[in-house]
Design a protein around this ligand. Structure first.
Ligand SMILES: Cc1cc2nc3c(=O)[nH]c(=O)nc-3n(C[C@H](O)[C@H](O)[C@H](O)COP(=O)(O)O)c2cc1C
Length: 182
């Protein structure tokens, strides 16, 4: 192995892509996001450039949804990363249902997570919304017999920034916590 230092660059990829939904006034809006992740075992963090249209709705209502993208609706999701609500109304982009806590959920998403904003860490012209998970909505088709999401069946799309490509999750390569047991 011969490693080169390629500089202070983004390299934590591939990572799942999601469409974040929020209400702005009485209409929903949708934004494609890849820079997000789990915080503690109760929260998510979503990193959103402050100039984005959706931020105003999130700041005002403190509710958002995270709709995990799979290949079946990738094309429509991708559009939410190229069109800004600052220039075009995206409220009709998806059929949607209001969640129990006031965040709009995309009907085509097999998994949607409804969240409440608990805090915002502002850094380098980005809002980093710290979001408490209030509810997780999963389609029957991706649930196993124990009522858990089956990631053999549900295959989130992954994204990587350096070459701007999408992937899907792949093959199982091990059983967690059992790799060193005989
Ligand atoms: C694959 C992909 C991932 C993206 N991830 C993020 C992200 O994590 N954070 C962010 O602020 N913008 C991200 N964007 C850019 C926004 O989705 C894009 O600028 C969008 O048009 C903003 O919409 P809005 O202004 O209506 O909120 C991403 C775009 C693409 C194509």
């Amino acid at each position: 192995m011969s490693k080169q230092n390629i500089g202070a660059t983004l390299a934590l990829y591939p990572c799942p892509v999601m469409v974040v939904g929020a209400m702005v006034g009485d209409k929903p809006t949708w934004t494609l996001v890849a820079h997000a992740g789990t915080v503690a075992h109760t929260h998510l963090m979503v990193s959103l450039m402050q100039a984005h249209y959706i931020n105003q709705g999130i700041r005002e209502n403190k509710k958002l949804s995270v709709n995990i993208v799979d290949e079946s609706w990738l094309k429509a999701a991708d559009k939410m990363g190229t069109v800004s609500g600052n220039k075009a109304d995206k409220s009709d982009a998806f059929a949607w249902t209001m969640g129990e806590h006031g965040a709009p959920l995309i009907d085509a998403a097999k998994v949607s997570i409804e969240c409440e904003v608990d805090g915002n860490v502002e850094l380098e012209k980005f809002d980093h919304f710290i979001c408490k998970i209030l509810a997780t909505y999963a389609d029957d088709s991706v649930l196993n017999e124990k009522g858990k999401i089956d990631y053999h069946t549900f295959k989130p799309v992954l994204f990587e920034f350096p070459t701007y490509e999408y992937f899907v999750t792949g093959d199982k390569v091990g059983d967690c916590g059992k790799m060193n047991k005989a």
